[in-house]
Design a protein around this ligand. Structure first.
Ligand code: ATR
Length: 274
């Protein structure tokens, strides 16, 4: 195998990652020979490790927590959506040893909602729980779908207000405390908090989720997430988790690296049977 076909995921930790499996199936679809490795590096070693990887012939990298902001600083060029997010989840080697940084998280979420789950966002009312890096990564592609309104509700309301202000030129987005979401109709409720890392759900007041709400957890696990449980208890019409987003953002990264967008359907089916 030549150096031309080397790809990695930088993160900390990364041992739980499904990216090698997903990209391996993508490569098989197209008859490509790729080598995709997990690289666990702490924040102090990320920059050096990434530069070393590309100097050694690596072609592309995925980047996950906690390196997405550092990856944006490392890239020589950013796509507009990565620039808006201030975070990069995909690095690609360009001509002249330049590094392009992209962020495919948001477009991955939209692809999962629209293609896989049949949910168009135009004119819909969207509630996002959380105001951290995950939200920053998805806001621009989400607002591009022209929803009727987006409310970012966060435990720390100030953070939500600031984040909304930074994206207000792209569409109707506001920031507030969780309480503000009560008593309004939400077509889509996205959990973008990291509460599930501790096995919990954000402390959302009752009445936010209604029988016409679709709920979507950006995190994913082998079983239902705590947020999915909670959403069903609240009577949500549907409660999904983020496997589809994971596969779709990977497909967008593959497209950037190799010029073809893999068929995500068979990969989602394979993951569902594991
Ligand atoms: P990420 O990159 O995953 O978005 P982050 O930038 O650290 O991570 O943001 C984590 C988000 O989850 C924040 O919105 C955080 O709320 P605060 O801004 O109030 O800290 C939210 N969060 C984490 N644990 C939470 C919990 N137990 N309940 C509610 N919100 C929580």
């Amino acid at each position: 195998m030549t150096n031309r076909n080397r790809y990695v995921l930088f993160g900390h930790p990364v041992s739980h990652s499904w990216s090698p499996f997903i990209h391996g199936l993508f490569a098989r679809q197209h008859g490509h020979e790729i080598d995709y490795q997990l690289v666990d590096v702490g924040p102090e070693r990320f920059r050096g490790a990434a530069l070393e990887f590309f100097a050694g012939g690596g072609r592309g990298a995925n980047v996950t927590v906690p390196h997405k902001v550092a990856a944006a600083e490392l890239a020589n060029e950013l796509t507009p959506r990565a620039q808006r997010a201030g975070a990069v989840n995909t690095l690609a080697l360009l001509e002249g040893s330049r590094l392009l940084g992209d962020n495919t998280d948001g477009v991955g979420l939209i692809a999962d909602l629209s293609r896989n789950l049949g949910m168009a966002l135009q004119h819909r009312r969207v509630l996002i729980l959380g105001a951290g890096g995950a939200v920053r990564g998805v806001l621009a592609p989400l607002l591009a779908e022209r929803p009727a309104t987006v409310l970012i509700a966060n435990r720390t309301s100030e953070r939500a207000i600031q984040l909304a202000a930074a994206f207000a030129d792209l569409g109707p987005v506001r920031g507030a405390a969780f309480q503000e979401a009560v008593g309004q109709r939400w077509d889509l409720v996205i959990n973008a908090t990291s509460a599930s890392l501790g096995g919990g759900v954000p402390d959302i007041p009752a009445g936010v989720v209604t029988p016409w709400s679709t709920c979507y957890d950006l995190s994913y696990s082998r079983h239902d997430t705590p947020f999915q449980h909670w959403a069903r208890q609240q009577g949500a019409a549907q409660a999904y988790q983020g496997w589809g987003m994971l596969v779709e953002q990977a497909a967008e990264a593959y497209l950037l690296w190799r010029g073809v967008r893999p068929d995500t359907g068979p990969v989602l089916e394979a993951l569902a049977t594991l």
